[in-house]
Design a protein around this ligand. Structure first.
Ligand SMILES: [Fe+2]
Length: 382
């Protein structure tokens, strides 16, 4: 992403002879938007193209199913599927811009994975572990956002049983442009800065020959590839393109005298969607302020909220790991009593991740299975 980094050893000039122990190293250029976007150069012990086998292809398609248009509560805590970080993924919603899934990790990956089609964002609900990549290692623990741009090869090993919310995006996932100056640096007024971002820790290159399975995610499925050397044979890299993490608790909330719109909670942006973090904060300080949101019609957005921790100020009947979905086309807002009862409240301890999409989302069969029957009627006081 956003700022220049250099790890390990690199030549003083790019695209020139670079040797280790008298052996020539191999440069790999990884870039966005052809050769016009951000990029990094990696230096390998082996050519990164040494493919020895093209294996099976597993088709993956989310198909549109028929259901009623209404607000929903998805009880993600009811999902029973556990496996490794890839195989345990359960897609819940999708459109042409993103796929939103959850996963429950209780196995380590015994292969490598590279998304050749999507940029990925994980939000770690609970658990901890290590994401090893060809750019180095990233530790993860609860509250972390992990951003893995397409093309990065990785393997995930858990140390504590893990649950993640996953966004696969057709476009790059970035810090919002409104938080950056013309040089790309995060502004003084941004709710987070470069110091809050964790970049990979590059260890010694792994110089191993053999069969190394890399599962590559493509638009329509996963293709198995076998390489004849370990993919983490990188001695160094530099550039702006790499995976990184940011913990939600490092998001410094912007508060005001009256209710602030969700846009002040924006944390990331992609094409046709934004991701916002609702974190612990002081409420509005105008003497007559109503801290709760007002009923609203975001006529251009579908709203997905994953409730991570605490009591959410405008909702009842939901708990940790609940997901609410408020589709465009109908207004939504605080539930009975929540609007009135918020008056005079001083602070909230809520923690939630919101994804607003500018095109309609579609629910999967799995999402319908965990959809609470009467959530859409919960605005009528019983
Ligand atoms: Fe909303």
């Amino acid at each position: 992403m956003p700022f220049y980094n250099s790890k390990g050893i690199i030549p003083s000039k790019r695209h020139t002879v670079f040797k280790k122990n008298k052996k020539l190293l191999f440069e790999q250029h990884i870039s966005r938007e052809g050769f016009s976007g951000i990029y990094s150069n990696l230096y390998h012990l082996s050519m990164p193209t040494k493919l020895s086998k093209v294996g099976d292809f597993k088709s993956l398609k989310n198909s549109k199913v028929s259901y009623k248009h209404k607000a929903r509560h998805l009880m993600s805590y009811k999902i029973k599927k556990n496996d490794d970080a890839i195989k345990s993924r359960v897609p819940l919603m999708f459109n042409n811009d993103i796929i939103i899934s959850v996963c429950h990790i209780n196995k380590n990956m015994d292969y490598f994975y590279r998304s050749g089609h999507f940029d990925e964002l994980f939000y770690v609900q609970y658990g901890s572990g290590l994401i090893s990549t060809n750019f180095g290692d990233l530790k993860y623990s609860s509250g972390d956002y992990v951003i893995i741009p397409k093309g990065v090869i990785y393997n995930i090993k858990y140390t504590k049983k893990t649950k993640m919310l996953i966004v696969e995006s057709n476009s790059s996932i970035n810090s919002p442009k409104k938080y950056r100056n013309k040089f790309g640096q995060l502004l003084e007024s941004s709710p987070y800065c470069e110091r809050d971002l964790c970049t990979p820790n590059l260890n010694k290159p792994i110089d191993k020959k053999g069969d190394f399975l890399v599962k590559v995610r493509l638009e329509g499925g996963i293709q198995d590839y076998t390489y004849n050397h370990h993919p983490f044979d990188v001695v160094g890299w530099d550039g702006f393109y790499y995976p990184w993490t940011f913990n939600i608790n490092n998001f410094e909330p912007i508060v005001g005298s009256i209710h602030q719109p969700p846009s002040v909670h924006q944390t990331f942006e992609g094409h046709n969607f934004v991701i916002c973090s609702f974190v612990s904060r002081l409420f509005d300080f105008h003497k007559d302020a109503i801290p709760s949101p007002y009923p609203h019609s975001n006529v251009d957005s579908d709203e997905f909220i994953f409730y991570s921790e605490g009591e959410f100020m405008s909702r009842s009947g939901i708990k940790e790991e609940s997901i609410t979905y408020h589709p465009m086309g109908i207004p939504h807002g605080p539930q009975p009593g929540k609007y009135e009862n918020s008056i005079g409240k001083k602070k909230t301890e809520e923690l939630a991740v919101m994804i607003d999409t500018f095109n309609p989302l579609y629910l999967t069969e799995e999402a319908l299975k965990i959809s609470e029957k009467n959530y859409h009627l919960s605005w009528i006081k019983k």
